[in-house]
Design a protein around this ligand. Structure first.
Ligand SMILES: CC(C)(COP(=O)(O)OP(=O)(O)OC[C@H]1O[C@@H](n2cnc3c(N)ncnc32)[C@H](O)[C@@H]1OP(=O)(O)O)[C@@H](O)C(=O)NCCC(=O)NCCS
Length: 166
């Protein structure tokens, strides 16, 4: 088995969308509440991949999308952004690790860690001085992987919601 990490290539997006929809559906990520219809939640994760990959195809500045391949097949991806607003506001290049996902069939094999390693190289290539990532406080695998890469928890918040119709 060979794992490689390289740039996203047009044609990768269908596997990436499928993986994101399956991998994220266990979490209330980005306030996507468990009471919301699951098909719509999965669509939201597919659309997120669509947005990154479309912008990657347009060669948008300050965007990096890398893909993990196992024997050539896409098994995960990571999306990285240089946030212009924050960079200007704080006078230093500000990176955001925007999305990381590994196919649930291949968790716990070091693929997420390998994607984060490539991400940190990319942030350095971009001359970022600060990098942030957000995740759920119950996402143990993600927290362990980010902490191993040097991140430290700086904030833990809550999103509250209610449904106003029956
Ligand atoms: C988070 C995620 C990307 C990690 O990918 P992965 O390829 O399984 O990660 P690795 O194999 O490199 O393992 C990273 C760490 O998580 C731990 N880990 C992996 N799966 C785990 C699990 N199911 N339970 C507990 N720890 C786990 C590993 O032991 C490792 O920690 P360690 O080095 O201290 O032992 C993957 O679980 C995933 O895609 N989850 C759903 C999407 C998601 O949550 N993305 C991050 C949101 S910001």
């Amino acid at each position: 088995m060979t794992i490689t990490i390289d740039n996203y290539r047009p044609g990768d997006e269908e596997r990436m969308k499928d993986i994101a929809a399956r991998a994220f559906s266990r979490f209330t990520r980005e306030g996507l509440d468990f009471m919301l219809p699951r098909d719509k939640v999965e669509d939201a994760f597919r659309e997120e991949v669509q947005s990154y990959t479309r912008r990657a195809q347009e060669q948008t500045e300050g965007l990096g999308v890398f893909v993990a391949r196992r024997d050539g097949q896409v098994v995960g991806h990571i999306a990285l952004v240089v946030n212009q607003g924050r960079s200007q506001q704080f006078g230093m290049k500000w990176g955001i690790l925007a999305s990381l996902v590994v196919d649930p069939d291949y968790h716990h094999q070091g693929i997420g860690t390998a994607l984060i390693k490539r991400a940190m190289e990319w942030f350095r290539e971009q001359r970022c001085e600060y990098v942030e990532v957000s995740t759920d406080q119950n996402n143990i695998a993600a927290i362990r992987a980010y902490e191993a890469a040097g991140f430290r928890v700086i904030y833990s918040g809550l999103t509250l919601s209610q449904k106003l119709s029956d």
